[in-house]
Design a protein around this ligand. Sequence first.
Ligand SMILES: [Fe+2]
Length: 383
Amino acid sequence: MVQDCEQGKDDLSSIKLIDIIDFELLQRFQDNFAEAVGLASITIDPDGNPITKPSNYTKFCMQYTHSTACGDKRCAESHRRGGEEAARIGKPVVFECHAGLIDFAAPIILEGRIIGTILGGQVLTESPNEKKYCKIANEIGVNEDEYIEAVKEISVLSQKRIRSAANVLYDIATNLSKSAYLFIETVSSLTKLIGSRDHSTGTHSKRVRDIAGLIGRRLRLPRDVLNDIAVSALLHDIGKIGIPENILNKMGRLTLEEFAVIQLHPEIGYNAIKTIEPLRKIALYIRHHHEAFDGSGYPSGLRGQEIPMVSRILSVADVFEALTADRVYRKAMKFEEAIALLRNGRGMKFDSVVLDAFMQCVDGGEVVGSEQSYLSQRKTCCK
Ligand SMILES: [Fe+2]
């Protein structure tokens, strides 16, 4: 059993911005936007927590407002309310934050649900009223005089300029939402397609995703690679759609000719999705998920580092999951036997670094044997 397995992760309602966005691109945009316009920017999750690094943040906010727990909490709440209001009216919202600065919010919406908000601001439209900032300083627990000095350094921009900046953020947020939605829809449709052809392959793919994700996190791979692992795992057997039914679900042993047909599935999968631009990288990972570290795998006989890291991780997760599931022609292998078999492949079929990470997941109790839930009542066809 894999912890967190099948807890609704495929449901679009569980998708977070953090799962789908190109963070490097967003961070670059934010940094440049903030610098060019002369204001601050950040992207937050639906609870108001930051998911990008702050761009061009002011001393007023960084050194003072965020320096106390109270100030921090009030900021998160202010950001969250701004995002919600923008989502409610469907356009950018310009508002005064809890600390008296002008902010604006542009929601990123997926299927009518806010998955994040890009915020800009930390500016003023007129010179600050000292009394007002004295009161805020006392409320959040910072030094009055220093707070007033800091607010005097805040840029004063015209309403028109702020509104234009808000519109730019809104357009970017809308485009991010659209591409995120398209990507999720594509992966979701393809995953359903796999499940409709063979339910067990769909279940197998989700379990491979969970195991591969554990390995990726053990290896401390960056977030974008973890996302690639998840998508590649869900789609890794998509090529089986092109394998004839009588071979894919044959009761009994496959002939050499039939096994050769099965071995076409990584290439079929690669060809099926390689022209979908956002999945081009994924197509390559899928193509090589049956390569072996010593070069004895297929379809290309790649060896060692020639095999993409994501494919090497898929390979371990795929084999373990397939071994511990019932097949149409044999019962599932016992957990301990499967572990021993994988161990025997260390440095040969499997990359030792990846296998060691998997074994750490086993030793750490993240992947455990369970006669009831893991080894029974499932039939997978991953040959
Ligand atoms: Fe496969």
